[in-house]
Design a protein around this ligand. Structure first.
Ligand SMILES: Nc1ncnc2c1ncn2[C@@H]1O[C@H](COP(=O)(O)OP(=O)(O)OP(=O)(O)O)[C@@H](O)[C@H]1O
Length: 273
């Protein structure tokens, strides 16, 4: 059984080369974690996080720029150790922060499929079994035998997305980078992404995209200046964060796919006869 237990965890980044010349006018900062006023300033990226996640959880992470989403993902992936408190992770983590990480420009697309799969925790045998199917999905044809440096950005993303959606992670930690893929290909990748999420034991996904959040998650955490401001059902938490109903901007196709009706809009105006 996979699980993540975080108790009283904080992550600080001391900044040794910060400029101490103050701004002529003090500027109200809205983005980012709190910065302590010391000789060596410290960015408090996460403060006092308590979190328990278990098998089957599909959690969306929302919050303003610099709220601590990526730092929390790295803590949950075991990449960062908490400065204070503790984080216990049970299960094999596949961290997908940047689709391009683990790809080598000098080797072919086919070789990159294998290497990237190993990086995400698959065995060589498993990847050899899947390589044909991934190659077909990417529609890259003869390019798969060419070095990766000859690919356009979109072609690289196709390759990376093909590999990422073929793995069997116990804990899938996903950062929002996948939003950068072109819309047509994403349409094609959507079912694969859903399958990936369905067969992974747990998903934590940071995203600014309403469509992606409703497609992949059922609960949410709202991060604000390094703290958990709210945690609960997806629609409720994201609607509080956005200040409007999460379902308001979804396309009819998305609503149909997720099998939900848009809630009736509450009309404050007195009914006219
Ligand atoms: N390596 C680092 N060194 C110093 N400060 C950092 C580092 N990584 C993150 N921070 C700071 O920690 C805070 C949280 O950053 P984080 O990247 O987790 O935010 P985020 O919610 O993912 O933001 P975004 O939506 O803009 O990606 C910010 O104030 C950021 O400046």
């Amino acid at each position: 059984m996979v699980s993540i237990d975080v108790q009283g965890a904080s992550v600080d980044f001391p900044i040794f080369d910060a400029k101490n010349r103050s701004l002529k006018k003090s500027v109200l900062g809205r983005a980012g974690g709190r910065i302590t006023d010391a000789k060596v300033p410290v960015v408090e990226a996460l403060r006092d996080i308590d979190l328990h996640l278990q098998q089957g959880d599909r959690v969306g992470l929302v919050g303003h720029n610099g709220a601590g989403k990526s730092t929390l993902l790295r803590l949950l992936a075991g990449i960062y150790e908490p400065t204070r408190g503790r984080a216990r992770i049970r299960g094999r983590v596949a961290p997908v922060f940047d689709l391009a990480v683990g790809m080598d420009p000098e080797i072919s697309g086919l070789e990159n499929i294998l290497i990237r799969g190993l990086f995400l925790g698959m065995s060589r045998k498993e990847m050899e079994r899947r390589v044909d199917e991934i190659a077909e999905f990417t529609e890259l044809g003869d390019y798969l035998r060419m070095p990766l440096r000859t690919y356009s950005t979109g072609m690289r993303v196709r390759l990376a997305l093909g590999v990422v959606t073929s793995i069997d992670p116990e804990i899938l930690i996903l950062d929002e980078g996948i939003g950068a893929v072109d819309a047509a290909f994403l349409e094609k990748a959507r079912d694969r992404l859903r399958d990936l999420v369905d067969r992974s034991g747990m998903l934590v996904f940071a995203s600014h995209s309403d469509e992606f959040l409703v497609e992949l998650c059922d609960t949410a955490i709202w991060m604000d200046t390094g703290e958990i401001k709210e945690q609960g059902p997806l629609r409720e938490v994201v609607s509080h964060y956005k200040g409007r109903d999460l379902f308001e901007t979804l396309s009819p196709e998305t609503l149909k796919r997720i099998g939900r009706e848009r809630a009736p809009v509450v009309d404050d105006e007195p009914a006219r006869s």
